[in-house]
Design a protein around this ligand. Structure first.
Ligand code: LLP
Length: 408
């Protein structure tokens, strides 16, 4: 069974009006995911953040703000974008990895919350800003994720301060009178296993007892979604019983008063809202494989090449075609440039438009201009009017070349 494309009529019209390659984001899906997570977390003193690295499209960010979400920002430009869009500083966590002095000063000047994942940075922060408040990212030494590249905790991970070094955190904060206002962890991405998630959370919760003036504990993001028709994503009933219920009990007895629980997903909110549209321009039959070459590639959606990630590919313009096996490949000069291999898809003909599904997270935000090809166009479909709004256009070869020559 194949997954079906969301709003196929709208997608066909967008492909015909705006051409391809194009990312399309449906706001209604974002809203549904936000509301669903709020429901599953009901009863917790909660603050949701959005990990904008998943997709920083401005209309999506604006919706996040309207829904009261804060932001997990990891670079000065992400931070600046969140500030310019009006997210309140007390809801912005700045989690730059291997933060520089310049980034530290910049974030402090903006008045957002710094999330520090290295003892040496904590020391530098203390020296420069004694008495300041800060969040500390811990490595609970338990990681998880859909691929080893996206596991962000454990003994081999560069992220966070190893939980065994908690005494050093206390010593540095005492030395500089730092107020640890929050603890944070993020153990990986695309997690489907609630037991592992809870184990890691428990490590952080146990560590948190030694902090008496905490304002929040941030569980990170990482919630997986169903990329295949037969998948369910992270099981939310288990998430409630194994994580949310024990969390409620835990914070009721915590030495810090008024403690809030933060989560900061990216993928869960946006993956399913996004579709990458591409046009089949070349069919090539070899002895064993039928290649369908499209006008997009790994430069636009790198997840299959980078993680072997699965994205359903659907033929929008021949939806009732007979299912046949294809390798759907891009136009980039790399053999890792594929969207699907040996995949059953409704018969593809040259000129057909395909939809690469669940591409709303880590699609455009990881896209690049390799081979000096343009980024795709981006289109936002608002939940109320449903009238597509094109907020980024593709660049012509002339525009790309002009931009290169300007930089000389
Ligand atoms: N918080 C922090 C500190 C993170 O580093 C991340 C993601 C998130 C939250 C959000 O994680 P999510 O809820 O989206 O799983 N490019 C990979 C995913 C890398 C995630 C990096 N950090 C992919 O396409 O699967």
């Amino acid at each position: 069974m194949l997954k079906t494309a969301p709003f196929p009529e709208a997608l066909r019209k967008i492909a015909s009006d705006y051409g391809t390659p194009t990312y399309v984001y449906f706001e209604q899906t974002v809203l549904d995911r936000i509301n669903s997570l709020k429901t599953h977390l009901a009863g917790l003193p909660l603050q949701l953040l959005y990990a904008m690295k998943a997709n920083h499209a401005v209309p999506i960010m604006e919706r996040m703000k309207k829904e009261g979400l804060g932001i997990d920002a990891v670079s000065p430009a992400e931070l600046l974008l969140a500030l310019k869009l009006g997210f309140p500083t007390e809801k912005i966590l700045f989690s730059a990895n291997n933060m520089t002095d310049h980034e530290m000063h910049f974030a402090i000047q903006q008045g957002v919350i710094l999330n520090v994942g290295e003892l040496s940075r904590l020391e530098k922060l203390g020296k420069a800003y004694p008495g300041t408040s800060v969040c500390v990212r811990l490595n609970p030494q338990i990681g998880a994720g859909h691929h080893k590249h996206v596991i962000t905790a454990g003994t081999e991970s560069k992220f966070g301060i190893p939980v065994e070094q908690i005494e050093e955190i206390h010593a540095i904060s005492k030395k500089y009178d730092l107020h640890i206002q929050g603890l944070h962890q993020h153990i990986g991405s695309g997690i489907l296993d609630t037991d592992t998630l809870w184990k890691a959370i428990s490590v952080m919760l146990n560590a948190s007892i030694s902090f008496e003036r905490l304002e929040f504990i941030n569980m990170g993001g990482g919630l997986g979604i169903p990329y295949k028709a037969n998948e369910t994503g992270i099981p939310m009933d288990e998430f409630e019983s194994k994580i949310v219920t024990p969390l409620k009990r835990f914070i009721a007895d915590h030495p810090s008063d008024g403690l809030h629980i933060w989560f900061e997903p990216g993928r869960y909110f946006t993956a399913e809202c996004g579709v990458l549209l591409a046009t089949v321009n070349t069919l090539k039959e070899t002895e064993h494989i039928t290649f369908a070459g499209v006008d997009s590639g790994m430069n636009h959606l790198i997840r299959p090449a980078m993680y072997g990630a699965f994205h359903e590919v659907v033929n929008l313009t021949n939806p009732d075609g007979e299912l046949k096996p294809y390798d759907v490949v891009g136009n980039i000069c790399e053999s890792a440039d594929f969207f699907a291999r040996g995949r059953l898809i409704q018969e593809l003909r040259e000129g057909d438009v395909v939809a690469v599904l669940d591409a709303g997270a880590y699609g455009m935000s990881m896209a690049n201009m390799y081979n000096l090809r343009s980024l795709p166009a981006e289109i936002f479909v608002p939940a109320d009017s449903q009238i597509p709004h094109a907020f980024r256009s593709r660049k012509t070869a002339e525009q790309l070349v002009d931009a290169e020559l300007l930089n000389v």
